[in-house]
Design a protein. Structure first.
Length: 577
């Protein structure tokens, strides 16, 4: 039998791929010829051809949001992803019996009149989880209301699903859900609404309502003096500027940290021997990538504040912070100083029209660089360097009690808002200390950040009778995300039950952070989860580190499993059985 199968799921990551794999294997076991169309964000969609549809004796659609018009007249069976997972072969046999010819009904013409065209951009500092989850939430809510929507994601690998000039021109609304600064020049004159990725993810319907009500035509002049929308969901400017700098700094920290870890394969002090591969790796990681870390942080904080004219003063200020020993704290100060200096010069220095072109390439960079440089050298640099040196020495020499307290604090912060401002503050603290060869806080940060998603996965396994089938599937995906250090996997649970989930995750994170610091674990890479263990020496005390994560996960998972009341629908099914 020839069958054409289409799979999709809300996340476009886990369940769609899992369902496709199960159905492909089940069809093969049944002796059927199957052609799979899997809608996934991790790989391009290989759409069914018209010929394949014509030859198919049955169409099976798993999930919602699939255009069924192309299957008009074909025997079709549609069900949710959850129906496939327990018994894929039985699912296909049931589909064969219950499939019925599909009759496509065109939408009423009047429905098109109310349809709006929405374009959006999502972006978060790390460009991993919030970026794509917010995009998915916006797409789902807009489609549910019958609107046309396209979301451009600014993730860690660059812009995906990029908006074209034609799509922007035809748009009725522009939504910018970003925790970092985004260039808005191409949206000039379009109704635009700004919010955060967290608000777009957790309060999608409310934010979409506010977008239609509060969006205002965007212009560069208006943007300099007032926000694009009056909603409170947009992140404070200082936080957004800081996260812009952090997001551009992260690739340097990742590459540099892993190169340093690789150099240690040949021995902890092998890099001191000139001409060896270990020395070359240390030069790439420590002398180059880490040397650029603070200047890039400062440069892009300044860029976020003052646009391109602020980049040069910020880079110069960041380099001065490095050379003065002020570290990442000095880089943050230099970035804001350079950015606001450049912005002040741009707004207040008036030149004749014939000389106006000199401002962005001569006047602003020179004036802002002088202000930033002189202030860093004569006023700010020394005190900040003293603070940074004191902090570094304190962390290196702290006793076990202080280490445990620090671990509790940063562990709880990592698990409080699951990728929000508090989480990012703890993360930035850990990343910033890597440049000063202080690796223990980063280990505690990443270990604790894995706990919320891992804990929710464990809870759905430990107390299956308290969770619906959909929640158990979300728990599996959450567990995988947790292994990758994507704590946002716990957001669906926290949004549904915050008063139980958040205390459970914070307690588990605090325990993990405390254990990691007490056991002396260190980490040289700021991301990657357990997969960083594939790099030799990236983590010391590997088994103790795994123990800390396992204990925190158990605390979170078992506590939430105990606190959560049984779902009524699950209880009803259990009583009938």
């Amino acid at each position: 039998m020839r069958v054409a199968i289409v799979t999709t799921c809300p996340s476009g990551i886990a369940n769609s791929v899992i369902a496709a794999g199960l159905l492909e294997k089940a069809a093969k076991d049944l002796g059927w010829q199957a052609r799979i169309e899997c809608h996934s964000k991790v790989s391009p969609v290989q759409a069914l051809t018209a010929e394949e549809i014509a030859l198919a004796e049955m169409i099976v659609v798993v999930g919602d949001g699939v255009d069924l018009a192309r299957f008009n007249g074909k025997p079709l069976y549609q069900a949710a992803v959850a129906a496939v997972l327990p018994d894929a072969a039985g699912f296909l046999q049931r589909a064969r019996v219950e499939a019925a010819p599909y009759q496509h009904v065109a939408k009423a013409p009047q429905a098109a009149a109310s349809q709006k065209r929405i374009v959006a951009i999502t972006a978060c500092p790390t460009g991993v989880a919030h970026t794509f989850m917010a995009a998915e939430a916006i797409e789902e809510e807009a489609k549910k209301r019958g609107h046309w929507v396209k979301v451009e994601t600014r993730g860690s690998v660059g812009a995906k699903n990029a908006l074209t000039a034609e799509e922007i021109a035809a748009a009725d609304l522009v939504i910018i859900a970003a925790d970092i600064e985004v260039d808005l020049a191409r949206f000039a004159g379009k109704p635009l609404y700004k919010t955060s990725t967290g608000a777009a993810l957790k309060k999608t319907a409310q934010e979409l309502d506010k977008a239609f009500a509060e969006a205002k035509p965007w212009s560069a002049a208006a943007a300099g003096s007032a926000p694009a929308a009056s909603g409170k969901a947009e992140l404070p400017g200082v936080y957004k500027h800081l996260m812009t700098g952090v997001s551009h700094m992260l690739p340097l920290v990742v590459a540099g940290g892993l190169c340093i870890a690789l150099s240690f394969i040949f021995g902890i002090e092998a890099f001191k021997q000139e001409g060896t591969l270990a020395a070359a790796l240390m030069k790439i990681g420590g002398a180059s990538a880490f040397a650029l870390m603070v200047p890039i942080l400062a440069g892009y904080i300044s860029f976020s504040i003052a646009d391109r004219p602020g980049l040069a003063p910020g880079l110069i200020g960041g380099m001065l912070a490095s050379s003065l020993g002020a570290g990442f704290l000095g880089g943050i100060v230099a970035g804001f100083l350079a950015g606001y200096s450049a912005k002040w010069v741009a707004q207040n220095v008036k030149l004749p029209q014939t000389m106006e072109a000199l401002k962005p390439i001569l006047i602003i960079p020179l004036a802002a660089s002088l202000v930033t440089g002189l202030v860093m050298i004569y006023i700010v640099g020394g005190p900040v360097a003293a603070v940074m040196n004191g902090l570094t020495e304190f962390l290196k020499d702290m006793g076990s009690a202080n280490a445990i307290l620090l671990g509790i604090l940063i562990g709880a912060m990592m698990c409080f808002d699951l990728g929000g401002p508090v989480n990012k503050a703890a993360y930035t603290f850990g990343v910033g200390l890597l440049a000063s060869q202080t690796y223990a806080p980063m280990a505690a940060v990443m270990a604790a950040g894995m706990v919320p998603a891992l804990g929710m996965g464990l809870a759905t396994f430990a107390a299956r009778n308290k969770f619906t089938e959909a929640e158990r599937e979300a728990g599996k995906a959450s567990f995988v995300l947790g292994l990758c250090f994507i704590s946002e996997g716990a957001i669906p649970f926290a949004a549904r039950d915050p008063m139980r989930v958040i205390p459970s995750t914070m307690l588990g994170g605090a325990v993990t952070g405390a254990l990691s610091m007490w056991l002396g674990c260190t980490l040289m890479a700021p991301h990657g989860g357990l997969f960083v263990m594939l790099i030799p020496n990236a983590i010391n005390h590997v088994f103790l580190y795994l123990l800390a994560i396992a204990v925190g996960t158990a605390v979170t998972g078992l506590l939430y499993a105990a606190l959560k009341p049984a779902d009524k629908s699950v209880a009803a099914v259990a009583s009938k059985a």
